[in-house]
Design a protein around this ligand. Structure first.
Ligand SMILES: [Zn+2]
Ligand SMILES: [Zn+2]
Ligand SMILES: [Zn+2]
Ligand SMILES: [Zn+2]
Length: 413
């Protein structure tokens, strides 16, 4: 996957990981593709890590249906699933669909596209796809979506058309052995709108995550593209709050990384970072803070400045959630100072800082009013850049209301 040149990728990783960018970044290390014979007949560590019959967690080398690769905890469960679970009727279909994992991915992809199309049905009325120029996709008959910052009549598109483009561009990059930025720009087409250059969010991001995963799932477990696709899917799932499923993708990703490349700390830290994001989303803030602190320390030690910053920022966010505003504030201050102009590029970071300003016990009138001013500014940047309906924009609006209320309640004479 254009990874033969090792260290060159570090730049790309750093650049794409500005705080708030939320990008899954392809690993900077070369991940050699193993010869085919090394994985023949080996069960692949998958997203389907539970017994298809009783849902018990499965080991890596679990028993599987010899035809369709559906996995079970025991022969008894396999038998039961065949006789009573309807597997006798489905087995052939799953095999024809490329095996259990591929079949599952295709199914989830279709569901995710349907959800996304439904969400944008009203907005897309009378519009056409900017790629194929049709309202209905010629083959799949799916409708249009738009989950970026494009507005007015721009940016309507079919998920299938986006996926097709991304797939072709990445294949081309792979063939030409592209590296660094050349590689990254093409890979980013799996999650970023090529018109407004903003990442897709919510249901569109999730549908693209499944599209990406179904494209590369059939590759060997160790394949870099497959691992990156798994990370991409994880982020898509996180974006629609399917946190358990997201957690599973990141944990699987981490397990594979640790097994095939135990010294690839950059990649495993990325996995841990996103595992912490999952904890953050489910309210396990202590656990999230513990992991972010670990990632932050390691990245600082590696002198991976941008990624350290990213982890530090999320650590601060967890501290805010834990009500430790003063700690968060003292963590954020040096981070922001080190940023200078980049602060402008990271409205989400400024928002968290504003939160620490007005929420810290004993905040002065100046602090609270500075927080409100910052939030107003952040809100206008986000509206322009992300769109009014983006979750970060909506969250900032809530924070601004709160800051204004604090100002009124505490300081209005
Ligand atoms: Zn079982
Ligand atoms: Zn089967
Ligand atoms: Zn189209
Ligand atoms: Zn766009």
């Amino acid at each position: 996957m254009g990874r033969g040149k090792g260290g060159k990728k570090l730049g790309a990783l750093g650049a794409a990981q500005i705080p708030g960018a939320k990008a899954w970044c392809p690993s900077p290390n070369p991940q050699k593709r193993l010869d085919d014979q090394t994985q023949t007949d080996q069960a692949i560590f998958t997203l389907l890590n539970n017994c298809a019959s009783c849902a018990a967690p499965l080991p890596r080398l679990a028993k599987q249906c010899s035809r369709c690769k559906t996995r079970y905890c025991s022969a008894a469960c396999q038998k039961k699933h065949w006789e009573e679970g309807g597997h006798d009727a489905l087995c052939k279909k799953i095999k024809k669909g490329g095996g259990a994992e591929q079949y599952h991915a295709e199914k989830k992809y279709k569901e995710a596209v349907a959800v996304a199309v439904e969400k944008y049905a009203d907005d897309a009325e009378g519009q056409t796809c900017y790629i194929c120029t049709q309202a209905l996709h010629w083959k799949t008959k799916e409708g249009l979506v738009r989950g970026c910052a494009c507005h007015t009549t721009e940016g309507f598109v079919h998920v299938s058309c986006l996926a097709e483009q991304a797939k072709l561009l990445v294949a081309e990059a792979d063939e030409n052995n592209l590296d660094g930025k050349g590689w990254m720009t093409r890979w980013r087409r799996w999650d970023t709108c090529n018109l407004c250059k903003q990442q897709y969010h919510g249901v569109v991001r999730c549908a693209l995550g499944w599209a990406c995963w179904k494209t590369y799932v059939g590759r060997p477990e160790e394949d870099g593209l497959r691992l990156d696709a798994m990370g991409n899917l994880g982020q898509g799932l996180l974006d629609v709050d399917e946190v358990d499923a997201a957690l599973q993708t990141f944990e699987s990703n981490l397990a594979i990384t640790l097994r095939i490349n135990p010294h690839d700390e950059t990649h495993s830290l990325l996995c841990k970072h996103f595992i912490a994001r999952c904890h953050q989303k489910t309210g396990r803030h202590e656990e999230a803070a513990r992991l972010f602190r670990l990632v932050y320390a390691k990245r600082k030690a590696q002198k991976d400045t941008m990624n350290a910053l990213y982890a530090g920022f999320h650590l601060a966010r967890s501290l805010v959630e834990l009500g430790r505003y003063a700690d968060a504030k003292s963590l954020m201050l040096p981070l922001l100072r080190g940023l200078d102009s980049r602060v402008e590029q990271n409205p989400l970071m400024r928002r968290v800082y504003a939160e620490t300003l007005y929420k810290t016990e004993g905040a002065s009138r100046d602090d609270v009013s500075k927080a409100a001013t910052t939030l107003e500014d952040v809100l206008s940047v986000m509206r322009k850049r992300l769109g009014a309906g983006h979750p970060d924009t909506l969250g900032t609006l809530t924070e601004l209301d709160r800051a204004r209320m604090t100002l009124e309640d505490k300081f209005q004479q």
